[in-house]
Design a protein around this ligand. Sequence first.
Ligand code: NAI
Length: 460
Amino acid sequence: MSNFDVLIIGGGPGGYVAAIRAAQLGFKTACIERESTLGGTCLRVGCIPSKALLESSELFREASQSFGRHGIILPEVKLDLAAMLRRKDEVVAQLTKGIDGLLRKNQITRLLGHGRITGPGAVELTAGDRTETFTAKHIIIATGSKVSLLPGVELSGSTIGTSTEALNYEAVPGHLVVIGAGFIGLELGSVWSRLGARVTVVEYLDRILPGMDREIADAAQKVFTQQGITFRLQHRVQSARMEDGQAVVRCEGQEPILADKVLVAVGRNPNTDELGLESIGLSTERGRIPVNAQFATPVPGFYAIGDVIRGPMLAHKAEEEGIAVVEHLAGRVGHVNYDAIPSVGYTHPEVASVGRTEEQLVEAKVAYKKGVFPFRANGRALALGQTEGRVKILADAVTDRILGVHILGPRAGDLIAEAVTAISFHASAEDLFLTSHAHPTLAEALKEAALAVHGRAIHA
Ligand code: NAI
């Protein structure tokens, strides 16, 4: 007889959500996590602390630079970085404690330590010098991912470090060099730029935000450049290391760049080593665990979700999969709509997208119509004083079905939810513009972009 019905390795957004749903469905459930706090990278050293700092640093920037435009005159605005970092830690502590409470409420067994598969249905837990083996009918691997490193880049404390260190710099760096213009680089680059650092982003490609719609990514780059961030595109970093006490970043064929801090943000790799996969003969494919549509691996009784399997490494994608896999285990229908997974960068303005990009439609030779509406023509954006950016909607030229929505603008991360719903329900651009949108709201920009698909925007 097994100890548990469902045993989940990893307590991040995929793992703990799967655990809660499994318990709700009546499974005797346990979750193994090696860190003392639950929530994974996202809660501890990713999404949540970075959003706390993004919010604080944006308030600091507004108070220093924009309040005057609203007629609010402050005496000198000062930064108390220690208090800002403390608040971030408090936000994280509150959330992780909340997850502990949810696990208790759902009577999920919390196992603290490193989980390693030792054979069919068996996981060995190591905590310090103690080991214990637990068995379960179903084992779900939800171990997430870790930072990728570049050959030639030598990490050195917080001076040459990753996002974990960049969430905790003790002082604002004079010059921060960010390697990689993905979400992590741009979000944390924005934080320190707003707090006064000179920020240089070095990117191998000829563009920022790979995978996002090009027009929106280029528009975002212009805005970030105006905000003071320097971009060095088409620069392949060959090395970053300490030389005589100084951090130096070297790119192919370029002058060396001197930095006070270097943030390496060139992607993430699935956490599949030290998991004992070999004990059950489960091999990875390009680092990821292969799964079928029900998230079952080729080895009976083992399942995998989140960053360790195919698809974007996003917390909400892992959560969807966590729920879907246990629904399947309960003999119910679990479904993840991979065509409608939003992606959001919490810069200022925010960047958000769902569905296909214009480049993907061109490549797939899909005939499409395009509607674009700028926030400068939206009343609420004007009142907020945040008029940068636009909404872009791509719809099928024949059926009018919405295929992609891409937004650069205020609260884009919240606005994209309407587009996700529209795409999930196979809505047309006409469906969207025939839907009443409250006035004055930022969401009206979506309605106008849908009207623009039909060449009939009212305010542009
Ligand atoms: P990323 O893969 O999004 O971007 C890394 C960038 O580094 C790419 O543009 C790549 O071309 C560049 N690069 C690679 N090698 C280079 C070299 N030698 N020299 C210069 N540039 C080089 O990775 P990132 O930003 O580290 O994010 C990792 C994962 O975490 C992604 O899957 C991302 O979606 C996810 N994430 C999502 C967030 C969100 O949803 N807001 C926030 C943070 C992370």
